[in-house]
Design a protein around this ligand. Structure first.
Ligand code: PLP
Ligand code: COI
Length: 338
């Protein structure tokens, strides 16, 4: 298979190896790499009927010296276990999670895009409730699997801004599952996302489910804005996913760019206060938002065609660290030498 490294999208590409481990009778087995990319599961599996599943997303980056960087993989492990707790699933010990990710990345090393191509290896850990059942209760068994594929930009523009639209729909409830990474949140976002794309927007922006007056997040990334007085602001809400990229940007904005960086309410009638805005996440990286279609207006931030200077600086800092060109804050990078 030949891969056009410079023109990767965000699509499934089969790589040779994935990791799989089974939980039964209170314990995980040792787990192993396999070439089989199908799961054979019981028809009564709770994951299929009642959405008892959760997942993670992280990336492996090819550095200039050929080695490989993993970015904050321990945070993905912690978040998966918060998801598992909320859905009454078996937790995956952090060392097992990190070992599985490292094994999969090393085994599929040939599929990590070259340094400078803009591509990365997207790693998808997945935990599913399986085994016999039909009543609404937790599954008797669990499968933990990790697979990966080379990817490029998630939103087509990459660092070129794209436009978004406010949604009338909610993806999560105030005390529901918005803050954990479970499939049900994404099932709820399929129709709103599709309707936004039919109207030529990249995706929709969800508002707080209780009042629809504040920005929450994009269906697959968090929201941030740069105020006219140079503050980095990102919404504070119990129903959005605590994005690892977002927390990294809060740190970098404050410690590298010397900005005030805070999580606080972002009211939809305050868009004028922002000179730049963007979506951030593992898949999205930093995707500048050109404009937002609000309920009664189309609001343009910096430009519909060019990335703003602060967003560009944050992008350079973040990706510089991820690809190993800029020293990382303690504990952010696990470097794998092949
Ligand atoms: N919000 C949602 C709904 C997501 O799916 C993601 C992707 O993981 C994010 C935010 C960004 O989170 P992270 O930066 O941890 O990838
Ligand atoms: C990620 O950024 O890792 C995501 O999970 C977003 C999306 C692909 C669901």
């Amino acid at each position: 298979m030949t891969i056009d490294w410079d023109n990767l999208g965000f699509d499934y590409i089969k790589t040779p190896f994935r990791y799989i481990s089974n939980w039964k009778d209170g314990q995980w087995d040792d787990g192993k790499l396999t070439e089989d990319n199908t799961l054979h599961i019981h028809e009564g599996s709770a994951a299929l009927h009642y959405g008892q599943q959760c997942f993670e997303g992280l990336k492996a980056y090819r550095c200039k010296d050929g080695s490989i960087n993993l970015f904050r993989v321990d945070e993905n492990s912690k978040r998966m276990n918060r998801s598992a707790k909320r859905l009454l699933m078996a937790e995956v010990p952090e060392d097992k999670f990190i070992q599985a990710v490292e094994e999969v990345v090393k085994a599929n090393e040939a599929f990590i895009p070259p340094y400078g191509s803009g591509g990365t290896l997207y790693v998808r850990p997945l935990l599913v409730g399986v085994g016999e059942g039909i009543g609404v209760h937790s599954a008797p068994e669990f499968i933990f699997t990790v697979f990966c594929m080379p990817v490029g930009a998630y939103f087509k523009g990459g660092l070129t801004p794209t436009n978004f639209v406010f949604s009338d729909y909610d993806r999560a409830a105030p005390q529901g599952t918005g803050a954990i990474k479970v499939g049900g949140n994404y099932a709820a976002s399929l129709l709103p996302g599709e309707e936004a794309k039919e109207r030529s927007f990249s995706d929709c922006i969800y508002l707080d489910p209780a009042t629809h007056t504040k920005i929450e997040e994009v269906g697959s990334a968090n929201f941030f804005g740069i105020t006219n007085d140079d503050r980095f602001i990102t919404p504070l809400s119990p129903s959005i996913l605590p994005s690892i990229t977002k927390y990294s940007l809060l740190y970098l904005a404050e410690h590298k760019l010397g900005m005030e960086a805070v999580e606080e309410d972002v009211y939809i009638d305050s868009l004028e206060e922002f000179k730049e805005a963007g979506a951030c996440g593992t898949a999205a990286v930093i995707s500048p938002i050109g404009g937002i279609q609000t309920y009664d207006d189309f609001h343009v931030f910096y430009s519909e065609t060019e990335v703003g200077p602060v967003t560009q600086k944050l992008y350079d800092e973040l990706t510089g660290i991820q690809f190993g060109d800029i020293p990382a804050p303690d504990g952010w990078i696990r470097n794998i030498k092949i």
